[in-house]
Design a protein around this ligand. Structure first.
Ligand code: ATP
Length: 298
């Protein structure tokens, strides 16, 4: 095979319940992932040595060395199968970088699927998922897409039913937030408080299963939101702008600083996106739908 191209979705966390910090430094989570229709594409082509290139508006912020999550995925697969990781990975990046939408994780899952096809390793799904979990807590979900409940540090996944299409708008902020910094701020803000064990909301899972946007809007939550707002105060204005424009719900996506707005339908989403763009409270706004499929060879 000469070249393999894989499309991988971004995610929003419709629930992100964060428990106290564990002895290993991670937090226990109840993390309801929903894959959304913003995609990176990873293309794998045979090469003399491992090489990463990236194109797109945020390309300058993406490392091109072996710390790139796509490169790490290729190295992990090659290591298991005793293959030389001689591949050119090109990332067409449309997912905001350091935006709380798991863009790096998407590239890791995409590179893994692309190299598995290019090299003919044909690894079993469970093995691909195990490699994903080693690469990062959000990577397994990028592979499977759809909707899923993540427990543990988010990497133990249970697929969830979604009974319809949800309309979303994502406001991309000027700048990024480091996920470890946001967890650090969460720890600071909750120091001395009793942090309850995280649990998925039954009402939220029902709303997803029914495809009911109004019910989903009433149940979305993100325990990292106060920490993200504390580190990036202008997001409060972005959230208010989307709410005023008719969003059923407005929340920070994961660790931020991307903000997510649930809309009643496609027309409402277009209006929210227009209002966000006009407000100057974000760099750009993108309307899309969910759920989206996981990493797919195209
Ligand atoms: P998450 O939602 O999973 O917490 P994020 O969307 O906030 O992640 P990413 O876009 O995944 O953040 O990037 C976080 C950091 O990871 C970047 O600042 C960058 O230095 C590094 N990184 C490594 N590989 C990649 C990649 N392929 N794409 C983007 N960033 C990458």
């Amino acid at each position: 095979m000469e070249t393999v191209r894989v499309r991988v979705p971004a995610k929003v966390n419709v629930q992100l319940a964060v428990g106290g910090v564990r002895p290993d430094g991670f937090h226990d989570l109840a993390n309801v992932f929903l894959a959304v229709g913003l995609y990176d594409e990873v293309t794998a082509t045979p090469a003399d040595t491992l090489r990463v290139t990236c194109a797109g508006p945020d390309a300058a912020a993406v490392p091109l060395d072996r710390t790139n999550l796509a490169a790490r995925a290729a190295l992990a697969l090659a290591g298991r199968y005793g293959i030389e990781p001689d591949v050119h990975l090109h990332i067409d990046k449309d997912i905001p970088v350091a935006g709380g939408m798991a863009g790096g994780s998407a590239d890791a899952a995409g590179a893994l699927v692309a190299c598995d096809a290019l090299w003919g390793t044909d690894a079993p799904r469970d093995e691909l998922l195990a490699i994903c979990a080693e690469l990062g807590s959000d990577v397994p979900f990028s592979l499977v897409g759809g909707a899923a409940l993540g427990t543990g540090r988010g990497e133990r996944l249970r697929p969830l039913d979604v009974g319809g299409t949800f309309h979303w708008v994502f406001a991309v902020a000027d700048g990024g937030l480091s996920t470890p910094a946001v967890y650090g701020e969460f720890d600071r803000l909750t120091a001395g408080l009793r942090v309850p064990g995280p649990a998925a909301s039954r009402d939220l899972l029902d709303a997803l299963a029914k495809g009911d946007a109004t019910a989903l809007a009433a149940t979305v939550s993100n325990d990292l939101q106060p920490a993200a707002l504390s580190l990036f105060p202008p997001l409060t204005g972005t959230l208010a702008t989307g709410r005023d424009a008719g969003a059923l719900a407005a929340l920070v996506s994961g660790s931020g600083p991307t903000t997510a707005f649930l809309a009643a339908d496609a027309d409402a989403a277009a209006e929210i996106a227009r209002a966000l763009m006009a407000s100057g409270t974000c760099r750009t706004a993108r309307a899309t739908t969910a759920p989206a499929p996981g990493a797919t060879v195209v």
